[in-house]
Design a protein around this ligand. Sequence first.
Ligand code: ARG
Length: 578
Amino acid sequence: MTDPQVVLEQRFSDAIVALGPDAAGADPVVRPSQRADYQVNGAMALGKRLGRSPREVADALVATADLEGIAARVEVAGPGFINIDLSDEFLVRCLSDVRLPMRGVRQLKAPETVVIDYSAPNVAKEMHVGHLRSTVIGDAIARILEFVGDAVIRHNHLGDWGTPFGMLIEHLVDLGEQEAAAELSVGDLNTFYQDARKKFDADPSFAERARQRVVKLQAGDPDTLAKWRLLVEQSEAYFSNIYERLGVTLTDDDYKGESTYNDELPSIVDELRAKGLLVEDQGALCVFPPGFEGRDGEPLPVIVQKSDGGFGYAATDLAAIRHRIVELGATWAIYVVGAPQAEHLAMVFEVARMAGWLVPPARAEHVAFGSVLGSDGKIFRTRSGESIKLADLLDEAEARALEVVREKSPELSEEEHRSIARAVGIGAIKYADLSSDRVNDYVFDWDRMLSFSGNTAPYLQGAHARVRSIFRKAGLNEPAETDPVQVIIAHPAERALVRQLLMFDGAVQAVLDSLKPHRLCTYLFELAQGFATFYEECPVLRAETEELRSSRLDLCDLTARVMKTGLDLLGIPAPDRI
Ligand code: ARG
């Protein structure tokens, strides 16, 4: 498939060059439009730049642009907008070649090395819904970057170090290693953590043991390290199980916990000192990046080394960003972390700039997201007010989906019901998270997310499965990827569907520009709606002619392919049957 927008962009860029050296390189600003298939808006800015009226510039562009065989109607409207309707022949030609959805054909972005920091739960603590959001959003972004050709390095910045490990290790000692491992491996992380915490608060001798344990851990005492490793490994095994159930692409090799950077921390201090950035403040070594102030108007520090010689969360993040940019050569460091950490990350990025690590073309970006709310509008928790255990949430998703699927397709076997329920239940949770603008909070609503209508995973999965069932029921083989596409546009619903199919690349591009996966969700939802209209208005298997039937089957196949590719980029399974 070829993106018509790209073709228009090329033709108008050429026409801009013909306007003279002052115009060269200007963006033609081609956008899909309500008034026509596409609108070219570049004449506004160009008029200003050339000191000519935009209307005149638009006329000149239309006169020079080579739109032969491309446009059926070109019109200059208003102060200088160019409206273009494409010819059906051109639309059909864009569809042909191979049945593969486009992949970054727009090539606005040269491939680069990207480190994406996501998921990042904490050892011996249940992953909360915030971590679920980070995991689901981060994974979609990672998949999309890979799809357009970036070298993507996934970093799971696990919270695996720090003072709480004193009490956690002592609690492990009290329980016995086997008992502790058993509790952790089934995901009773909250119980483990809370029991440790309770003892720490109530029992001064336990608290003292915990404090000594931290000292031993930091000093690298082998027995303490072994116990710490046990905690880390058990938690990792639990998290990996969740990732597998979620169908997330994170692997065990991607665990790059905070402790990964322990050996780097002294050299961070040295380097920042050598660069004259360190300031001693009440015994702690700090950097004060300009522009960050506390409520009292006092400058805010990034604490690099605490007065007791210890290192904290910020120091680790400084080492991590240096590693990612300077050692791994990433030009894009992406952090998928909840909005409350915005200031922390902005300060870390600023110190990395001051230190000369984060210099263009390298850049860092905080991909922030809002909270998950319950139906009461408050932070999503269990009825008793506890934070929700993620494994239970996934169980419930599958159980609820199983009921829905059983009712919808009673003819299928129990085994099929279960496997479809898994795809639908997990898909629903992920899609509910991805389909709204990530910066907003969203309300966790089982009925809505599991509904087969509306902007939901089941609706999109259903659209995909519906197409596959057309082929199945007619006893037809699905076309092979390399089979030629032969589409005839005979009905407005066909034309609309063709245009929609050809906008896939633009939707991917929109996600790249904003790192907001909901842009792709919206596209897929509109595609599914376009398909539904087409399917309602245009008989496929009973089309009037053989040619039309084969054309419509091609449209079905292309829709299924784009839908499957799109869902896959979001990390959502698209079973052939629902
Ligand atoms: N473990 C942290 C938390 O649970 C998130 C880490 C985010 N990544 C980072 N590089 N700081 O809040």
